[in-house]
Ligand binder design. Structure first.
Ligand code: ATP
Ligand code: MG
Length: 198
């Protein structure tokens, strides 16, 4: 990657598993903000999700990597999974900024997570490191009073990882909700069969 003054978007999340909603959001933000790259960054363990069962980091990473492999606009970063739990976005951004110095950072957050931005650790320092960008998501109202946070309208895809896991546990199809390679990986690795996944 050419790191000279690169404009890089960061989409954090659990990605358990990655689905077409994530990919559409990344793609739309890439275009809307004229970015050079969007990094998909699976978390080790998110503080807001503590106590919930999550697939292994290596499985979530592998699925994310497969999902973006054919798209040069998107890459997966393992910084959060390599650092280990808990994942705080301030650490994500500090590590990414050290790895790609001089970049301009855009941290992308869906409408559901936007409502809690001020609860994030070091949110003031975080706002100095990265510009927050909101993306629309069906079923979630964009909170009022976002201030200077730009909002990117993403084609409405009512897909969630929770629903993908639920579908697998019930034996329902997930094709076209996740990339084919991800559906294949879930099947081959027997992920989400237990029914304990939300
Ligand atoms: P879960 O149901 O396990 O919470 P999820 O589908 O919400 O999974 P996350 O990994 O929690 O996926 O989300 C990562 C980021 O992607 C968040 O900022 C979230 O708001 C955003 N996002 C997830 N699904 C969509 C979607 N369908 N459209 C737009 N943004 C989305
Ligand atoms: Mg979520």
């Amino acid at each position: 990657m050419n790191t000279k003054a690169a404009r890089i978007g960061v989409l954090g999340g659990t990605f358990d598993p990655i689905h077409i909603g994530h990919l559409a959001a990344a793609s739309e933000v890439f275009a809307a903000l004229s970015l050079d790259l969007v990094l998909v960054v699976p978390a080790a363990e998110q503080p807001f999700k503590r106590g919930t069962e999550v697939a292994a980091g290596q499985d979530r990473l592998a699925m994310a990597r497969m999902a973006v492999a054919a798209d040069p606009r998107l890459e997966v970063s393992a910084v959060d999974i390599e650092r280990g739990a808990p994942t705080y976005t301030i650490d994500t951004m500090t590590d990414l900024d050290a790895a790609h110095p001089g970049s301009t950072w855009y941290f992308v957050t869906g409408a559901d997570a936007l409502a809690r931005l001020d609860e994030w650790r070091d949110s003031e320092r975080l706002r100095e490191l990265a510009t927050f960008v909101g993306v629309t998501r069906p079923g979630y109202d964009v909170p009022a009073g976002l201030g200077d946070i730009p909002l990117v309208e993403v084609p409405a895809l009512g897909v969630s990882s929770t629903d993908v896991r639920r579908r697998v546990s019930l034996g329902l199809p997930i094709r076209y909700l996740v990339p084919d390679v991800v559906a294949d990986y879930i099947g081959e690795h027997h992920l989400y069969r237990g029914g304990a996944h939300g």
